[in-house]
Design a protein around this ligand. Structure first.
Ligand code: ADP
Ligand code: MG
Length: 557
């Protein structure tokens, strides 16, 4: 279809608005245009967090010279023509807003050529004003270079985060589209560093390997739900490979990258009972259904969608992921760690009385009495006796409290104990993790981590905090980067690091402990300032008083 300005009746129906929020939104619009143009190769480059430069080159259809200027008009698009088309959008773009919006706040250069032209066309504009057009040759495709984003709008520029943060958004965005289009060869260069490179051979597992590492890619489970609608396909992680946030959950609807609480829930419910609370799977899942079955015309950024039949979508996704999980032996053998529900301990009489059999220790009494270890329950709880009755101590929560107090004390006194590694550990980071690491290297150094680049998104860890010597360092680093990447969290970085180290460095539920180890753990817990709660505020222990015991056994009434 040639590029045309949409009729007013269509314009009035589209969810128009701001599309250029930050550098990554420019990248998104340009990459989507390249995909809509059928490109099989897309090269993205950014400098200075995208504020200095963003360049996207593709080998797609190109724009005919006669339509080039029109492409920069508001509501000019080749993708839809009338109101009916709006009901069944099959392209990523459809509003004809991106190019004019981008051009209005930047300097844009475009060089494009179609297959039927012998020479291509070039255009240069600043703040939306065309300053130069000429004929220039290039192979078929389009290259758009955007410079000095918001330079002429200082108020907008002020709101942008650091270049590193913007880079991490761009890295994430290109990674997502690489996952959605494994048959397209993507490359991303950030500040002249190669950040991502996919082969475009159509293999999703290979893209996952490039972004998240080969180990993870190998263990991902195939999701394949082909009968009925919608079709669901992709890869999802085995329960043993959960992450502490949802950054690794990617959903695409007809290959559009979307944020959808519905799809997140449908997927996560399939993992219920298989992974711990607060943990999230890793997945790249595409849902395909007829264009009429969904509405993408909700928000200018087009990242939100509405399904006509939400329930059907939910069930298909849930079922598809459940089936993928059922294929692993782990899913059937692994169960939730020992349940903490107090119901298990209640006698029938107590339930009728509606009175709990035991109460969680009252927080104000901070100090712990001297405790004597009796044993370990379900490899998860330490059973101990004190002058006032029985104590059940959650070994993970207790150790977390101990580590948290020690790490914060060492950091506050600038006396973090550092341990050099005889055998340095190498870690491979995703493009997004790499940007987070570059932004937070100094912070991590203050906590004892020396991490050096080793080329190709590999890093070498030379020193770690001494308190973490027994922990799985690779896991700790990836959890740290996750927690530092969560922008919405109001916690300062030192709090994020301390919490993450304490949580991931602490012994796990399910780990068998010797009597010696249990005694040591309790001794250390006694020395903390708030032994009765973990840093997240959950209790470290449950106390069953002698009085309650006597009452339970009917010794007293
Ligand atoms: P939309 O994508 O909503 O149609 P845009 O403003 O993003 O609006 O683009 C306007 C038009 O310019 C598109 O409809 C398309 O015809 C053309 N166009 C933009 N980028 C490219 C590209 N990389 N290759 C080919 N055509 C393009
Ligand atoms: Mg577009």
């Amino acid at each position: 279809m040639p590029i045309k300005v949409l009729e007013p009746d269509v314009v009035s129906k589209i969810a128009a608005g701001e599309v250029v929020e930050r550098p990554a939104s420019v990248v998104k619009e340009l990459v989507e245009n390249s995909l809509d143009a059928g490109a099989t190769q897309i090269a993205v480059e950014a400098q200075g967090g995208g504020v200095e430069l963003i360049k996207v080159s593709d080998n797609g259809t190109g724009i005919p010279a006669s339509e080039l200027e029109l492409a920069f008009h508001r509501y000019a698009t080749s993708k839809i023509g009338n109101l009916d088309d709006l009901e069944k959008i099959s392209s990523l773009g459809f509003r004809g807003e991106a190019l004019p919006s981008i051009a209005a706040v930047t300097e844009v250069e475009i060089l494009t050529q179609t297959s039927s032209e012998t020479v291509g066309s070039y255009m240069y504009s600043r703040k939306g004003e065309v300053l130069r057009t000429e004929s220039r040759a290039r192979p078929q495709g389009t290259t758009i270079t955007v410079r000095r984003l918001f330079r002429y709008f200082p108020a907008r520029l002020k709101f942008l985060k650091s270049a590193n943060t913007e880079n991490s958004h761009i890295a994430n965005l290109v990674s997502q589209y690489a996952l959605a289009y494994p048959e397209v060869k993507f490359s991303l260069v950030l500040d002249k560093r190669s950040s991502l490179h996919t082969t475009g051979n159509g293999d999703l597992r290979e893209v996952i390997s490039e972004i998240y590492g080969s180990e993870l890619a190998q263990s991902m489970l195939q999701v394949d739900q082909n009968d009925g609608l919608p079709k669901v396909s992709g890869l999802t992680s085995p329960p043993s490979l959960a992450r502490s946030n949802r950054n690794y959950l990617s959903f695409f609807v007809n290959r559009r990258w979307v944020r959808s609480p519905l799809l997140t829930r449908a997927t996560e419910e399939a993992y219920r009972g298989l992974i711990m609370d607060g943990q999230h799977p890793i997945a790249a899942i595409n849902i395909s259904l007829p264009a009429q079955e969904l509405d993408v015309n909700i928000h200018p950024a087009k990242a939100q969608i509405k399904f006509c039949h939400e329930q059907a979508v939910f069930s298909s996704v849930h079922k598809a992921v459940e089936e993928a999980l059922a294929k692993t032996p782990i899913a059937s053998s692994k169960s939730v760690p020992f349940p903490v529900s107090s119901g298990q301990w209640q006698s029938p009489r107590m339930i009728m009385d509606n009175e709990p059999a035991f109460v969680i220790a009252q927080l104000p009494a901070m100090e712990l009495p001297v405790l004597r270890v009796l044993g370990q329950l379900a490899n998860t709880y330490i059973i101990a006796e004190g002058p006032a009755g029985l104590y059940l101590i959650d070994q993970h929560a207790a150790h977390e409290r101990i580590l948290y107090d020690r790490i914060s004390a060492q950091w506050a006194q600038k006396e973090v104990e550092v341990q050099g590694l005889l055998q340095p550990i190498t870690i491979e980071l995703s493009p997004r993790e790499e940007e987070t690491l570059r932004a937070s290297k100094e912070f991590l150094a203050e906590f004892g981590f020396t991490i050096e680049p080793f080329g190709n998104r590999s890093y070498v860890i030379r020193t770690i905090p001494a308190l973490m010597v027994r922990a799985n360092i690779i896991e700790i680093i990836s959890a740290l980067l996750d927690s530092l990447d969560i922008k919405e969290s109001p916690n300062p970085w030192e709090e994020k690091i301390t919490q993450s180290l304490a949580c991931h460095g602490a012994i796990r539920a399910g780990q068998q402990l010797s009597n010696e180890e249990m005694r040591e753990l309790i001794k250390q817990l006694e020395q903390t300032k708030q032994p009765r709660s973990c840093p997240h505020g959950r209790p470290t222990m449950i106390h069953l008083s002698s009085h309650q015991l006597e009452k339970e056994f009917g010794r007293i009434s």
